[in-house]
Design a binder for this molecule. Structure first.
Ligand code: TXA
Ligand code: MG
Length: 323
């Protein structure tokens, strides 16, 4: 398959046509690039799993253009509705029971009774959703288990020949995947830290979101090794400790996540810098400066720990069982 690199108005029109006929098109969102397909078309969705080499048990997030459209697909409890109204469009995914009338292909939920839904803020994603006229299933547009893409070039590096097209919208502003919130009864539960910091959720809910208390893997994004570069990663390292150095703040290196120590900037740079260092590592490890565990630092450290986690044998270890 030849993968087409699309941009501009003509690119948007072509991407729309391709999605309508069941092809896979990677598109920009403000978090990371997603690999989109018509969520109502089982064969189209199967192409996503095929292109990513994604384990079939790992469900996909569905993207819609508005809160109203989201509420047609899932039954949000009160807390969910408040989060949706306050934080959509944005870097938030809500997981809730799917409505019986929702016409979503079974492969999207991988057999679960819940569905993950997001209203993205990126203008190209919004237009694509409006013009396609159906929800788009879209995981991050990377081969399964690899670093998420924050540019069209990252998408092409990982998936050329395996997807129909990538719609180029420049680099992603947030740079981290969405924060995923689910519900146990009426209470909000954090399934994955991400582009919206916990304080942002707390400000809406008036209380903390709960940590999941079961060790069961309900979001396979919680698998320990999930965002892995080829090079081994050493966390909380000091400069000059050997190998390549990914700095933060005053601890400079081969690349710096944010010389100013700004966590938002660090989040936006994280995957691009990992991609770039991985490309030149040639067997050397990547040492990473400590990043504070506050605000977006929580999600940054979460992704770094997974990228550093032992590969293969421990791939199916739940994240919350690590020390
Ligand atoms: O920012 C994002 O969320 C990006 C952009 C493209 O929207 N998407 C993304 O998708 O990161 P993905 O598939 O790479 O990660 C979604 C995570 C997966 O770990 C999946 O297991 C989990 O969400 N998930 C999806 N549906 C779920 C459900 N019904 N219950 C629990 N977890 C779910
Ligand atoms: Mg992913």
């Amino acid at each position: 398959m030849q993968t087409v690199h699309l941009s501009g108005e003509a690119g948007l029109a072509r991407a729309t046509t391709m999605l309508r006929v069941g092809q896979t098109v990677a598109f920009p969102t403000e978090t990371v690039y997603g690999l989109g397909a018509d969520a109502t078309n089982g064969e189209a969705v199967a192409r996503i799993y095929e292109a990513k080499g994604r384990p079939s048990f790992n469900p996909l997030i569905v993207h819609v253009p508005s809160v109203e459209e989201a509420c047609r697909l899932i039954d949000l409890p009160d807390a969910g509705l408040r989060l949706a109204k306050a934080l959509w469009p944005g870097a938030l995914t809500l997981v809730a029971p799917m409505r019986p009338e929702a016409e979503i292909a079974g492969l999207v939920t991988a057999g679960l009774e819940t569905l993950g839904v997001r209203v993205p803020a990126h203008p190209l994603a919004v237009r694509l959703l409006h013009e396609c006229g159906h929800p788009l299933a879209a995981p991050s547009a990377n081969p399964s288990g690899r670093i998420s893409p924050t540019t069209a070039q990252h998408v092409l590096d990982g998936l050329t020949g395996r997807i129909a097209a990538v719609l180029d919208g420049g680099p992603c502003a947030v740079g981290l995947e969405s924060t995923i919130v689910g519900f146990e009864g009426t209470r909000a539960v954090l399934l994955r830290p991400g582009g919206i910091a916990l304080d942002g959720l707390k400000a809406v809910l008036g209380s903390h979101v709960h940590d999941r208390d079961s060790a069961e893997i309900t979001a396979p994004g919680q698998l320990a090794s999930h965002y892995a570069p080829d090079a081994p990663l050493v966390l909380n390292a000091s400069p000059n400790s050997g190998g390549l150095y990914l700095g933060f703040g005053a601890l400079g290196g081969d690349l710096n996540l944010s010389p100013a120590g700004d966590l938002r900037e660090a989040a936006a740079n994280l995957f691009a810098h990992l991609h770039a260092l991985d490309a030149v590592a040639a067997g050397r490890p990547i040492h990473v400066a400590p990043v504070p565990e506050t605000g977006l630092g929580l999600a940054i450290n979460d992704r770094l720990r997974r990228a550093a986690a032992p590969r293969s044998t421990e791939r199916s270890q739940p994240l919350n069982s690590r020390p």
